[in-house]
Design a protein around this ligand. Structure first.
Ligand code: SF4
Length: 302
């Protein structure tokens, strides 16, 4: 990874584009530090093309890229993201290489955090500190998603992240509040999310910062009945959470979720699963995630 990132990228849009590319602004001042993911969420294809073993750049390589960035006129001192597919998997891996070679678990985090997994985020803290100290850098943010069950294993990292590296909003992905659906997704219990949320607001308050969690939820996932969505809708209303971005499940090739979508079977028990497939069902479920929106949405839900 270091060799690739050492190449002389300009971080500019190609001159053949006359119009401004909005996405460029977001990525121009962000730095990729790792690839791959050992989370193994059943709906996600990332592990299938980047691998379950996380590859991380060296601290020196990241620092060199940031130093180069500070020489650009367009750079205003803000690193918008120091991240990757999952921001807090940098330098984390299996402690036992022999076990890793023969491991058949699709996730190091689900159904529980494997005891062989190194969950010490010290090297991430060191990297954040090293980048923050570079001349010309005023703030370093983490905008990539954070795996909160993993972050909860290292309270020192959690404190550092929440105190110094949130740009006002932190993206996390509880995905649903129904334990059966979460199990089908390969995600941790909703209680873990609530524990994280509490700590997030506690730490934010202790450092006098008004900052928020941006939660991601998925509707129409295999196994999600209308009544499960109603429970989630009620919870969102109770919390006064008005979601701006939501995801209506789309099966991705090669994923377990796709297999469940197609077969309508629970991948563990082989029991029949309800799968919302019709346009009406999918729309109804999606709208429940944003029932605070316009009248049309409400009518659709009805
Ligand atoms: S043994 Fe545990 S930590 Fe190692 S690869 Fe397997 S699941 Fe991950």
């Amino acid at each position: 990874m270091d060799e690739i990132y050492d190449l002389d990228f300009t971080k500019e849009q190609h001159y053949s584009y006359k119009e401004k590319i909005p996405a460029l602004e977001m990525i121009q001042n962000s730095i990729s530090i790792n690839r791959g993911c050992f989370g193994g969420c059943t709906f996600c294809a990332l592990t299938l093309h980047q691998g379950k073993i996380v590859q991380s750049r060296s601290k020196g390589s990241v620092v060199k890229e940031v130093q180069k960035l500070t020489n650009k006129n367009s750079f205003k001192g803000i690193i918008s993201d120091l991240g990757g597919p999952t921001a807090n998997m940098y330098k984390l891996s299996c402690k036992d290489i022999e076990k890793q070679k023969i491991c058949i678990r699709t996730s190091c985090l689900y159904p529980n955090i494997c005891k062989n997994l190194n969950t010490d985020h010290s090297e991430q803290i060191e990297l954040l500190e090293a980048v923050s100290k570079i001349n010309g850098v005023r703030r370093v943010f983490i905008a990539s998603g954070v795996r909160y069950d993993l972050a909860l294993c290292d309270k020192k990292y959690l404190k550092k992240l929440i105190s110094d590296h949130v740009s006002g909003q932190l993206k996390v992905a509880p995905e649903h509040n129904d334990e059966e659906v979460l199990a089908l997704m390969g995600k941790p219990s909703f209680k873990t999310f609530l524990e994280f949320r509490e700590l997030f607001y506690q730490i934010s308050k202790s450092v006098n910062k008004e900052q928020y969690i941006v939660p991601y939820f998925i509707s129409a996932f295999p196994g999600t009945t209308s009544s499960k969505m109603k429970v989630l809708e009620t919870w969102l209303r109770k919390e006064n959470w008005k979601l701006q971005q939501v995801q209506n499940f789309i099966p991705l090739p090669m994923t377990l979720a796709s297999a469940m979508y197609w077969s309508e079977l629970d991948y563990k028990t082989k029991q029949h699963l309800y799968v919302p497939k019709t346009q009406e069902d999918r729309k109804e479920q999606r709208n429940r995630l944003q029932s605070h929106r316009d009248y049309k949405n409400k009518k659709d839900v009805k």
